[in-house]
Design a protein around this ligand. Structure first.
Ligand SMILES: [Zn+2]
Ligand SMILES: [Zn+2]
Length: 142
């Protein structure tokens, strides 16, 4: 769905932190889990998964927070924008908060995950696949 040579850039609200990825995204989804909700102070947290290899912060150094034993999230220490998620058990990929990308409209979600945690008043208005927990065919990410 994307030109693989395209650069993907994004950053936080105040502009202190900027990142770049040089590889095509692997997937785009919307997470409804309680942890993401708290991290974003939002009913859902949309994310785009990229290969970790070419991801880098090109401006600023984000704050880090271990939201569980194997998970490191980053955010801007100045404005608080959530930026990335890395699970140490799968360090080949990094999840970037979709709305932190400069052009979030280019990364439409493919599915909903952790719908078992969804708030009742958070009504899903699309026909995308919904998974009670993580997507079951993770190895088939496209
Ligand atoms: Zn900021
Ligand atoms: Zn989540």
């Amino acid at each position: 769905m994307h030109n693989p040579s395209e650069m993907h850039r994004g950053g936080c609200l105040c502009g202190t932190i900027r990142y770049v990825v040089a590889e095509a995204p692997l997937r785009s989804a919307i997470c409804h889990c309680r942890t993401c909700r708290r991290a974003a102070s939002s009913p859902t947290l949309p994310f785009v998964t990229f290969p970790t290899a070419t991801f880098s912060f090109e401006r600023g150094t984000p704050q880090t927070f271990a939201s569980s034993a194997d998970v490191v999230r980053t955010f801007c220490g100045d404005c608080g924008s959530p930026l990335t998620y890395v699970n140490r058990t799968d360090s080949e990929t990094i999840d970037v908060m979709t709305v932190s990308l400069d052009h979030p409209e280019k990364y439409p979600p493919e599915d909903h995950v952790w719908v078992s945690h969804k708030l009742d008043w958070d009504v899903i208005g699309d026909r995308l696949p919904c998974y009670p927990q993580g997507r079951t065919d993770q190895s088939d990410a496209s």
